[in-house]
Design a protein around this ligand. Structure first.
Ligand code: ATP
Ligand code: MG
Ligand code: MG
Length: 587
């Protein structure tokens, strides 16, 4: 189907809306600014921003910045850029840290309601209380029943720096001791912890204690008047504690969606054949050092070099990488739409994304001639003064549309793969004695002889003009005169790993490195492209609006889809292969 169904007006998301059909829909996209977004986040962005847009509501971009040790400015910037690249503008950009004062007050309120206590048990002790013990029974520690006043005093002492990390913890007083409560999210979760590396990019040295996700997320949703809090299914178990805390704080009414936010969980998007985990991508980007134990008891260290150039290397599935590779934002959104949204995990192969992208590009980008591996043909009976030019539409299906000038002369480049030294009756392109058409040209060529270099590589083909005869096949070509084409570097991208499921590789001991695909990037350094590329570059809007970007994309006829990379190699333009023209069956 060419137009995917509106995922917001039917199915799972429609039912979520119907559970709380409010006038003012308010959603949020709440990334942790501790890394670059990946293709899975495109689903989260499409779901949250799209849901709001569809119901005439608003969506907030909220940075969930409660973990000062892991957050960096560059991630904030990149996340904002990616949301805008996907075509969305947040109604507001907020931070969980905007609410640190309020969150602290609410924590005191929770204690005053006898629903929180300061605990000094070690992590191991807490785990034992939570059932990690022989009998499996859960039990309270002595701190659980301490007087409210004492917990308040201790919580303030935590705030004021009396305790080191691990020495005090504010816990919610939930259902730890109720042996019938099977959900671990109700076993007295942590609400606040002391953090040693506590310098926060926005609040500086003000706080020595930081709220947990479980304490922060629901309250921030309530404070921002979020109506539908959409998250992924690993938070299904957390819905109960989400509601519990809001009810304690009078921000929600039990068993009702009258007041406060409603959390609902959709299935994550997982892409097979690549890796999305931050930690693993970091190993590919930075390389790593692993220690291995030898049989004689000694250890040796192995240094594995980086496998990609950076987080935006087009072989990765981070959003910055997909953008650089030339995947159009619109195609990525169509992809999420086509997959649909339910509460089930969506696991797909990379080829599925490529199919959607190909369909999109097929309708939307101009065509040019690019020769990846050129061989020169000299058309001996076409004197230099018979060189000429033609006006050719960028899209053969739109003859009235934009055109570029295509020049030709007695020397043209064709691709090495379109020539055979020995003819074969099943081969319809160029070979000695055989005629082939040159796309858009009024004549065909017949090869007469060819020359080879010392290594036996064909360097030049001699040919004659053939007129008034319809050739069996047409090939693409580029004017070979100096100044009548561009020499470019074309980069083709393939899977990073040979394995179909690289998550199953040995990451801990560095074994993943043995499975790297040596052909994940194939370079064509002497590729040539017709001058029409200049026309596209000149036309390109350099100040892209949301939902678009400044990339020049085209279909290299009979070859693949490409875009111009933002960086050059020396004087040469670099092209990135976005996708092949057809699905590659033998990959
Ligand atoms: P990761 O662990 O993969 O880095 P995360 O869950 O830590 O991702 P966050 O920045 O916390 O990333 O996530 C922001 C939002 O994006 C959350 O609501 C989260 O549920 C959602 N999200 C993250 N990964 C996916 C995915 N693969 N598919 C759909 N939504 C996702
Ligand atoms: Mg997270
Ligand atoms: Mg995660």
């Amino acid at each position: 189907s060419s137009t995917p169904a509106n995922i917001f007006e039917e199915g799972w998301l429609k039912r979520v809306y119907n559970e709380k059909p409010v006038k003012e829909v308010r959603t949020r996209f709440p990334p942790e600014p501790n890394g670059y977004l990946h293709i899975g986040h495109a689903k989260a962005i499409a779901v949250n921003f799209g849901f709001a847009k569809n119901y005439d509501g608003i969506c907030i971009l909220r940075f969930d910045d409660t973990n000062p040790a892991k957050e960096e400015e560059k991630y904030f910037t990149s996340i904002k850029e990616m949301v805008s690249w996907l075509g969305f503008s947040p109604h507001q950009i907020t931070h969980s840290s905007d609410n640190f004062d309020k969150l602290y007050e609410l924590a005191e309120e929770m204690i005053k309601k006898d629903k929180g206590y300061v605990c000094h048990c070690t992590k191991e002790e807490v785990n034992r209380q939570r059932g990690e013990n022989k009998g499996g029974e859960r039990f309270a520690c002595s701190h659980r029943d301490r007087p409210i006043e004492e917990s308040l005093t201790e919580f303030r002492a935590m705030r004021d720096g009396k305790y080191k990390a691990g020495e005090a913890l504010l816990r919610m007083k939930q259902s730890l001791v109720d042996q019938n409560e099977g959900n671990p999210q109700m076993w007295d979760l942590a609400a606040y912890r002391v953090v040693e590396k506590n310098h926060h990019h926005r609040t500086g040295g003000k706080w020595k204690i930081y709220p947990t996700y479980d304490f922060t997320h629901c309250i921030c949703d309530a404070l921002e008047n979020i109506s539908h809090s959409l998250c992924t299914t690993e938070f299904q178990q957390s819905r109960i504690s989400y509601d519990w805390l809001l009810e304690i704080l009078d921000m929600k009414v039990p068993k009702s969606e009258e007041k406060g936010p409603m959390q609902r969980e959709y299935g994550r998007l997982n892409v097979e054949g690549t890796i999305l985990s931050k930690r693993r991508i970091a190993m590919l980007v930075e390389g790593c050092t692993v220690e291995t134990k030898n049989a004689d008891g000694t250890t040796s260290t192995k240094t594995i070099p980086p496998a990609v150039r950076g987080w935006d290397d087009p072989r990765l599935y981070t959003l910055v990488a997909l953008r650089r590779r030339g995947i159009p934002a619109q195609a990525l959104l169509s992809f999420v739409q086509e997959l649909g949204v339910t509460d089930a995990l969506t696991s797909i192969q990379t080829v599925r994304l490529e199919n959607t992208v190909r369909k999109y590009l097929e309708r939307n980008v101009p065509r040019l001639s690019l020769i990846l591996d050129p061989i020169r043909i000299v058309v001996e009976d076409l004197p230099e003064d018979q060189a000429g030019e033609l006006s050719v539409p960028f899209d053969p299906k739109k003859p009235e549309g934009d055109k570029r000038t295509v020049t030709y002369s007695s020397t043209v480049y064709i691709d090495r793969s379109d020539f055979r030294e020995e003819d074969d009756p099943n081969f319809f392109r160029l070979a000695p004695g055989k005629t082939v058409g040159l796309l858009n040209l009024p004549f065909a060529v017949r090869a007469t002889t060819f020359t080879k270099d010392a290594e036996g590589k064909v360097t030049e083909i001699r040919a004659t003009k053939v007129e008034g005869e319809k050739p069996k096949a047409y090939i693409h070509w580029v004017d070979a005169r100096p100044g009548f084409h561009h020499t470019v570097v074309a980069r083709e991208y393939n899977a990073i790993f040979k394995a179909e499921e690289p998550n199953g590789l040995d990451w801990k001991n560095g074994g993943y490195a043995d499975d790297l695909n040596p052909n994940s990037e194939v370079l064509h350094k002497g590729a040539v492209v017709e001058k029409g590329l200049d026309v596209l570059t000149a036309k390109q809007d350099t100040k892209p609006a949301g939902g678009s970007d400044a990339l020049v994309r085209f279909q290299a006829m009979r070859t693949a889809y490409f875009c111009i990379d933002p960086e050059r190699e020396g004087d040469n333009v670099v092209l990135n292969r976005i996708v092949t023209l057809k699905e590659d069956k033998d990959k």
